[in-house]
Design a protein around this ligand. Structure first.
Ligand code: PHE
Length: 504
């Protein structure tokens, strides 16, 4: 396998591309509905702790693995150390025990999946982690992300007409029909999701500098400006204060074990961790950039984006007397109603959905890049051919997910298979993809990456790759490695155990 031939044109281009990956639907759509669900400020505190104690350290691990190996997520880890090590063997043993525990509880699907991972870890060692973060996780995300991307395309197109804002029932009905892909919206939903997926693929096809970097460089600043426009509008409304209270005054009675797992999952999702992105993008980075500085910048930009999105959304909701507890449809159903109460609603609404669309695209391209890089290197294909192969293989899953985003009414047979035969309790295929990736695959891959850097790659090489330019960076890197070895893994494991109801 040959190393990369492409590179970012500058450190700034790289930071904007990584920030483009991180800032997306996760910050606006997912963050706001999850925060609404788990009680606002208390959730935010746990989330911030997860970002800085787990997210930032893992991001630095991923970037350094990518740059050190000069290869994408598929082979970075096997390039830097032997394929199978004692640790990968223990991981396989732990996964086998996990599979046995699931089987014992009668959860055969979970047992099967965990068993599959155990076998993969046993046979391919760290190569299997590479496979998971190159293909499995990011591509599963790309599929459900395209469905939401499709909804956003529809909203961006109908916003200027203003009807969804003037008549809230129109928006509610539109969304119901779109999300359930029913009635007149069946084909529209499919076409929109497909359009989003293909748009993503075409940007990736244009390459690292001309596609990903250029697109992110142009649109990231625009996204920030547009969010600020909406915030100014929201904060100048009477009653906006309630929204600020919801965002910043914690009520810990609302914090549950489920909320803690959700905060962890959100930290992984929003920073694009455990999905190969940091390794893929890091592999195109020149040696002269400082990793601590870039990683801190990216994480801070992402956190600011989430808080800004919160500042735009919650004051608007409270000022217009609407509830933040709406769930996945919050930005689709409730926000149009909120915009509708303002003068010039089509303007605000169009700005909002257009921002969301841009942010979603700069993220979705990063989900495909690692896989495209892996296909190019393994199969010796050019970029265009690798992208086409990906479209052909992954494409059919997009309409399937689009028509089963809310429930299985459109595909009853498959629904029965998922819910009865496989005993998957989620109410839609969409929810299966979302839950499996955010609550399981990403945190697990993150944990394994931490252990890999701590105990397999080791301190000496990791510190070398940090490439510190001054005393502050040196100190930061030492603290980073300590956190990677002793703090982040413990926290991830605790959150897992708590999520499973085993711990406290
Ligand atoms: N971070 C992106 C967002 O917040 C989602 C994402 C997850 C992107 C995983 C790439 C990989 O929307």
């Amino acid at each position: 396998m040959s190393p990369n031939k492409e590179f970012w044109s500058s450190s700034k281009g790289f930071v904007l591309a990584m920030a483009g990956s991180a800032i997306g639907l996760g910050n606006i759509w997912r963050f706001s509905y999850i925060m609404g669900k788990y009680g606002g400020a208390a959730f935010m505190l746990v989330y911030l702790a997860a970002i800085f104690l787990i997210g930032l350290p893992i991001m630095l691990c991923e970037l350094s693995l990518g740059r050190a190996s000069g290869k994408g997520p598929l082979e970075a880890m096997t390039e830097l150390a032997p394929k199978r090590t004692t640790l990968s063997f223990f991981a396989a043993v732990a996964l086998t025990l996990g599979a046995a525990a699931f089987a014992f509880k009668g959860m055969y699907f979970h047992a099967g999946v965990t068993g599959f991972f155990a076998l993969g870890a046993l046979l391919f060692g760290w190569g299997f982690l590479g496979f998971t973060v190159t293909f499995l996780t990011p591509l599963m995300i790309a599929v459900f992300y395209s469905v939401v991307g499709g909804w956003i395309i529809i909203y961006t197109i109908v916003s200027p007409l203003g009807k969804i804002f003037r008549e809230p029932t129109v928006s509610a009905e539109l969304l119901d029909n779109i999300v359930t892909a029913s009635g007149s919206q069946y084909w529209v939903t499919i076409a929109a999701a497909a359009a989003f997926f293909l748009a993503t693929a075409f940007i990736v096809m244009a390459g690292v500098q001309k596609g990903i970097e250029r697109f992110s460089k142009i649109f990231m600043p625009i996204i920030f400006i547009l969010i600020i426009v909406i915030i100014i509008r929201a904060l100048t409304l009477p009653g906006a204060k309630e929204g600020l209270r919801f965002l910043f005054l914690p009520d810990f009675s609302k914090m549950s074990a489920e909320g803690i797992m959700a905060a962890l999952g959100q930290a992984f999702f929003t920073l694009s961790l455990g999905a190969g992105v940091g390794i893929a993008y890091g592999s195109y980075l020149g040696k002269s950039s400082s990793l601590p500085k870039t990683a801190i910048t990216i994480v801070i930009m992402d956190t600011i984006a989430s808080i800004l999105a919160g500042l735009a959304i919650f004051p608007l909701l409270f000022a217009t007397g609407l509830s933040p507890q709406e769930g996945t449809s919050l930005v689709f159903k409730i926000l149009p109603a909120a915009f509708g109460k303002l003068p010039l609603s089509p303007l605000w609404g169009t700005i909002f959905f257009f921002t969301l669309l841009l942010a979603a695209l700069t993220s979705s391209i990063s989900m495909l890049e690692g896989a495209v890089q892996g296909i190019m290197q393994k199969l010796y294909l050019g970029r265009a051919k690798a992208v086409i192969l990906l479209i052909l293989v992954l494409g059919p899953l997009v309409p399937l997910t689009a028509v089963s985003a809310a429930n299985y009414a459109n595909i009853p047979k498959l629904g029965k298979f998922f819910s009865e035969t496989l005993q998957l309790r989620s109410d839609s295929f969409f929810a299966i993809l979302d839950n499996t990736t955010c609550l399981w695959l990403m945190p697990l891959a993150g944990l394994m990456t931490l252990l890999y850097v701590s105990f397999v790659w080791g301190k000496k090489k990791a510190m070398e790759e940090m490439n510190c330019f001054n005393a502050f960076e040196w100190l930061f890197s030492n603290i980073w490695f300590f956190v990677v070895r002793f703090i982040s893994p413990v926290l991830v494991i605790m959150a897992f155990l708590k999520g499973l109801g085993i711990f406290f």
